[in-house]
Write a protein of this length. Structure first.
Length: 156
């Protein structure tokens, strides 16, 4: 069973050294959310799902920070909300977002927007498969130069 907010803490504690270096540059806004109760799930799958989304968010805000936009404060937000018989998990960042041309490709295996050697293109593909295996949905909204938000909806 998955208890939403404690799982986010666990995921953050498992982030590797490279991601921790990125984390230093980002404000984590949140762990805001409802007590969403229990979700029937495989804990390792949920951990991998959240970790993949956080890793991408930290990468995005770190890349934007390198461009040194005036007044930019890298921010990663996580929230949960119980909506009827579903739990909604949102992971968002205020990085560079993604261009319209890649939106339809992001969940395809081996597709990456990262430079060669910095991404395998498997994180979002795996995340999509995990959400589907748990009877849920994953959606992404993005605005180029403004940020990205992933919304996961899972049955309770």
């Amino acid at each position: 069973m998955f208890y939403c907010l404690p799982m986010f803490t666990l995921c953050l504690s498992n982030i590797g050294t490279a991601q921790m270096q990125q984390l230093i540059f980002a404000k984590i806004e949140g762990f805001k959310g409802d007590d969403c109760g229990k979700i029937n799930e495989v804990p390792q799958d949920m951990g991998r799902l959240i970790l993949n989304l956080l890793t991408n968010a930290f990468y995005a805000v770190n890349e934007k920070k390198k461009q040194r936009p005036e007044g930019y404060e890298p921010t990663v937000s996580i929230s949960t909300k119980k909506i009827g018989d579903k739990v909604e998990i949102r992971v968002s960042d205020n990085g560079n977002g993604m261009p319209e041309s890649v939106k339809d490709k992001i969940f395809q295996p081996f597709f990456t927007t990262k430079p060669t050697g910095q991404g395998t293109g498997l994180g979002l593909s795996m995340s999509y498969d995990i959400v589907k295996a748990h009877g849920g949905k994953i959606n992404m909204t993005t605005k180029e130069y403004e940020g990205t938000e992933f919304t996961i909806s899972l049955p309770v």
